[in-house]
Design a protein around this ligand. Structure first.
Ligand SMILES: Cc1cc2nc3c(=O)[nH]c(=O)nc-3n(C[C@H](O)[C@H](O)[C@H](O)COP(=O)(O)O)c2cc1C
Length: 214
């Protein structure tokens, strides 16, 4: 298992990238990654801490998980992640999510390219792959819908910097969120982790959506 590359080429996979902040504290953010049979590319927006950390310190870790809570907290509630969520391992120069200590790939940035006015591509080589544990979880649409909601919600939070300019984008994203919210409500119990996370996310973005609806 250890050395077999898990990714098919040229497909975006959603993972959690950990990096080290300037003050040495750990940072975790969901990001899309693409494997091209040689390198792994990450495309964070320039205003993300992940981008700033990768410019300063060329190392990061791909944390492989399908835990909806880890995706939610690292996307929108990073301040609620505790030191227990992270661990450090010998030889790996950045922190890892504790839940992923047997399911991670460490990377070193070898090239950086501007790909859009506010976005760079970091082309990385694999330093170490440690994927001992691949648990096959039964598939639920609730996970996919939650990931879609999170992607849209993180854009809404970013767009809140300039509400006038981004009004129509925010409106469209909130419409997409509504669609996925209905799926989650239809296929999960109201006490499920999916609905708990759903309402936590909604509570965060609702004030922004309310302003543009005025
Ligand atoms: C599944 C998923 C994939 C994401 N992919 C990216 C990405 O490829 N690039 C990016 O800049 N942000 C992406 N985001 C949004 C970031 O995770 C989010 O903005 C995060 O707060 C950035 O944190 P940071 O500032 O600590 O890096 C994604 C979010 C989710 C939920």
């Amino acid at each position: 298992m250890d050395n077999k590359i898990l990714f098919k080429r040229d497909i975006i996979y959603e993972v959690i990238i950990t990096t080290s902040n300037l003050d040495g504290s750990p940072n975790a953010s969901p990001m899309g990654i693409v494997y091209d049979t040689k390198n792994i590319t990450i495309k964070p927006f320039d205003d993300s801490d992940t981008s700033k950390n990768l410019i300063r310190n060329k190392f990061c870790v791909i944390n492989l998980t399908s835990d909806p809570s880890l995706f939610t907290y690292s996307a929108l509630f990073q301040e609620e992640l505790t030191p227990n969520h992270f661990t450090t391992l010998n030889k790996i120069p950045v922190p890892i999510l504790s839940a992923c200590k047997d399911a991670f790939i460490s990377l070193r940035v070898k090239e950086m390219k501007d790909i859009a006015p506010e976005r760079k591509a970091f082309i990385c080589e694999i330093e170490e792959q440690n994927v001992k544990q691949t648990v096959l979880l039964p598939y639920t649409r609730a996970f996919s819908s939650l990931i879609e909601i999170l992607i849209h919600a993180t854009r809404i939070v970013a767009f809140a910097d300039d509400l006038e300019r981004n009004r129509s984008n925010i409106k469209q994203l909130s419409y997409f969120i509504q669609h996925h919210k209905e799926i989650i409500k239809r296929i999960t119990d109201e006490n499920s982790i999916y609905q708990q996370l759903l309402y936590k996310i909604i509570a965060k973005i609702e004030p922004i959506i309310r302003i543009i609806q005025r």
